[in-house]
Design a protein around this ligand. Structure first.
Ligand code: PLP
Length: 338
């Protein structure tokens, strides 16, 4: 029972597959900026989902499709011209690609969740990830607001990885694009989104970045010349996926049910579930080294990810993914309860 990776296992929604197939005759080069249909679909989705007061126009919002969001995470520091001598803030416990991206640019990562600990330092970029992979932690609007204010004072860009935004359980995540967080201004903020989890499109590679129009147009200029272009059939599939909230709601309900089963069994087996208020993972601990816990699960035929993968502060937790079929989740629950 592989609960170690956050890779979708449920089918791609038919409405999305049909759009992909219908666009398969695409001999010409696609637009790096995305078709106008795609830019509209992204903007409408962002206004619906990320902006706190629905109906508020997304005046001046910059949007740009990406080839999944991982490549953007890995290349954003480079694309922004960040390099040796620069620092980039990443969360204490986080998705490994933030650090990879900083190192690819030759810059220095600083792991912290408290910007005040940085003193007078002037990082070029601050990554936040709410809901978090791996912990499921949700950053409240007030916290995000402080991060944005702090970064604006220092001329740093805030990149908010929001790929689990629509998977709030006990807590409701807030986007950096919400006026509650950015004060109704987009300068210095970028939100990074993915269709991998919402629409089971990890295999298509479909994501986007939205926010400060000046930064987005710089990214577009560099990405255009760098050949970082979303294939035309995938662009068409993204339009269909973003325009349909029904499949996303059904997928969310599926994850919610799997989460309930796994959570109850983990608690019965003596684990404490910490944070985990949203997202696709349960962050579990028995107060021991994460590799010993991984072994304990392996003896029961279950794979989980050691918290140490996500930074030294994660070394007493394991990450349990909700991305296994109902049958595999039930089997894992049974093994946990023996
Ligand atoms: C926090 C976070 N960001 C980005 C990604 C990349 O997702 P994708 O490249 O499929 O859009 C993942 C994938 O698991 C993730 O957990």
């Amino acid at each position: 029972m592989d609960l170690s990776m956050g890779t979708p296992v449920d089918p791609v929604p038919p409405v999305v597959r049909e759009a992909l197939a219908a666009a398969s005759d695409s001999p010409g080069y696609p637009l790096t900026a995305g078709t106008s249909a795609l830019r509209t679909a992204i903007t409408e989705w962002v206004v619906r989902t990320c902006v706190a007061s629905p109906g508020q126009p997304a005046d001046g919002l910059g949007v740009l499709p990406t080839i999944g969001s991982k490549e953007l995470v890995a290349w954003l520091p480079t694309l922004l011209g960040i390099g040796p001598g620069d620092t980039v803030v990443i969360p204490t416990v986080c998705y490994p690609t933030y650090e990879v991206g900083v190192r690819l640019a030759g810059a220095t990562p600083v792991r912290t969740d408290s910007l005040t600990s940085l003193g007078p330092a002037r990082p070029k970029l601050v990554w936040v990830n709410s809901p978090s992979n791996p912990t499921g932690q949700v950053l409240p609007a007030g916290h995000l607001r402080k991060v944005v204010d702090w970064a604006r004072e220092r001329g740093a860009v805030v990149a908010s990885d929001e790929c689990y935004l629509t998977l709030g359980w006990e807590e409701q995540p807030v986007s950096v694009l919400s006026p509650e967080v950015n004060g109704g201004r987009l300068d210095g903020v970028l939100a990074v989104h993915s269709l991998s989890k919402r629409s089971n499109l990890a295999g298509y590679r479909a994501g986007f970045v939205a926010g400060d129009p000046a930064i987005v147009s710089e990214l577009l200029a560099v990405r255009k010349h760098g050949g970082m272009i979303v294939p035309a059939p995938v662009q068409a599939a993204m339009v269909a996926a973003l325009g349909d909230d029904e499949h996303a709601a059904a997928q969310r309900a599926t994850y919610s049910a799997r989460r309930d089963v796994l959570r109850a069994s983990l608690v019965k087996a003596g684990f404490e579930i910490e944070q985990s208020g949203a997202g696709l993972y349960l962050w579990a601990t028995r107060g021991e080294d994460s590799w010993s816990t991984v072994d304990w699960f392996a003896e029961r035929g279950i794979l989980v990810a050691p918290g140490a993968f996500y930074g030294p502060a994660g070394e007493r937790h394991v990450r349990v993914a909700l991305t296994a079929t109902d049958e595999r989740v039930a089997a894992a629950a049974e093994r946990l309860e023996i």
